[in-house]
Design a protein around this ligand. Structure first.
Ligand SMILES: Nc1nc2c(ncn2[C@@H]2O[C@H](COP(=O)(O)OP(=O)(O)OP(=O)(O)O)[C@@H](O)[C@H]2O)c(=O)[nH]1
Ligand SMILES: [Mg+2]
Length: 314
């Protein structure tokens, strides 16, 4: 368990359940209905394949999943539809990688987390929620306002810092983001004795300045100051943007060594199945999900819990 959150598991389950309401009502309830049939036949498998693809699971993954299921059902001599349904859920959860726990126990090593993504995806909001989440779990957190392009971006992070009750290291709008990261690491290591530093970055893809080059620069600055930093580079993806989010993700993956995804706005979409497509396309785990606009609308991602929620009764 990443942050020793056993107590919070139940709460996380409720948040995920609630945010998946739209997803569940759509294709996933049709999939559940399929398994109300009396017997397992070819038609059921064909329908399942079509529905999985419709559920934004990704074509390759859907085909592979159904073919693996069919094989297991036949090899294990499964006859009951209910058993095939259980197997589907198990196999779906197995497709999703579980994120590695953070090594926060090493006393003097600052854990540096860089948060990247296109504008509007929910970076700053997610950083606020993550800071709060860590703080609730007894971690000392500092935020770095390395999105220096807009004064509003710095203000927004400072507001989230206040809400979460953590310090924010910022400079004037327009200042060098690299200098902000440098200062923030120094400050985190010195007087503030932080355990986790979370870096907010700019998100514009379509302007003249080269976002990817800048992210690489920030990464290098962190690496020079802290052993193996940044320890995490989290990509924030807006679930409501579907395929578009996946295209963005590939660009970021080419530029920096992503370690995980924060999937936001799960509450505003029926595209919860995207979690599988992210796994297929990026091969990196979803680490957190955003389940609303409030500070507590955030949960650690857990494959089994997620799949259970997808198929939970509406
Ligand atoms: N419903 C919902 N809204 C969210 C979630 N996460 C973020 N938002 C909203 O998405 C909008 C954009 O969020 P920001 O955090 O400002 O996004 P950003 O990536 O920092 O944007 P830039 O700084 O412009 O690059 C805000 O209105 C947030 O309230 C979520 O999980 N659910
Ligand atoms: Mg922002």
């Amino acid at each position: 368990m990443a942050f020793g959150l056993t107590k919070k598991k139940k709460e996380d389950r409720e948040k995920i359940n609630k945010s998946l309401k739209k997803t569940r009502r759509g294709v996933f309830s049709a999939i559940s209905d399929l398994f109300q049939a009396n017997e397992i036949d070819d038609e059921m498998w064909d329908d399942l394949e079509a529905l999985l693809i419709q559920a934004d699971i990704g074509v390759d993954t859907s085909l592979a999943l159904v073919s693996a299921l069919r094989e297991k059902v036949s090899k294990q001599g499964i006859k009951r539809v209910a058993d095939a349904y259980d197997l589907l859920k198990t196999e779906m959860a197995a497709l999703l990688q579980e994120a590695q726990p953070w090594s926060l126990e090493e006393p003097r090593l600052l854990h540096v987390v860089m948060v990247v993504g296109v504008n509007g995806s929910g970076k700053t909001t997610s950083i606020g929620k993550l800071a709060y989440y860590l703080k609730q779990n007894g971690r000392r957190v500092v935020l770095a306002a390395a999105d220096t392009f807009r004064a509003a971006a710095i203000d927004q992070l400072e507001i989230w810092g206040e809400r979460a009750g953590v310090d924010v290291i910022a400079q004037k709008p327009g200042s060098d983001p690299g200098a902000v990261v440098y200062d923030a690491i120094r400050a985190s290591q010195a007087s503030r004795q932080a355990e986790v530093l979370i870096i907010d970055t700019a998100g514009r893809l379509h302007t003249r300045y080269n976002l990817m080059k800048e992210l690489e620069k920030l990464r290098t600055i962190a690496a020079k100051q802290v052993h193996r930093a940044p320890h995490e580079i989290l990509l924030v993806l807006d679930a409501t943007t579907g395929q578009n989010a996946l295209t963005q993700a590939e660009k970021f993956k080419e530029a920096v060594n992503l370690t995980g995804v924060i999937l936001t706005k799960l509450d505003g979409t029926a595209k919860g199945g995207m979690v599988f497509a992210i796994q297929e396309k990026l091969g990196i785990p979803v680490r957190f999900v955003g389940t609303g606009e409030g500070i507590e609308d955030f949960a650690e991602f857990d494959p089994e819990m997620f799949v259970e929620s997808l198929f939970a009764p509406a």
